[in-house]
Design a protein. Sequence first.
Length: 75
Amino acid sequence: MGQQKVWPVVALLFGGVASLVGAGLVAAYFLEAVLARLGEPDQSLLFWYLPILFIGLAGLGIGLAAAAWGIRRLR
């Protein structure tokens, strides 16, 4: 593999892992803060778990951007 193809492959792998972790954090927020608390009077975890949601959304966005860049450079 040439030197020019190393960084796009690394970006593609990083993007895939970051996207999976980000999607997992978004799903964890939805399952734990939203679905698990349905019907309970204390809904404060919707607020306190927001950093998990925001980190997940950022990871998902960064991962998708890195993967897209890697795919474009490999073509």
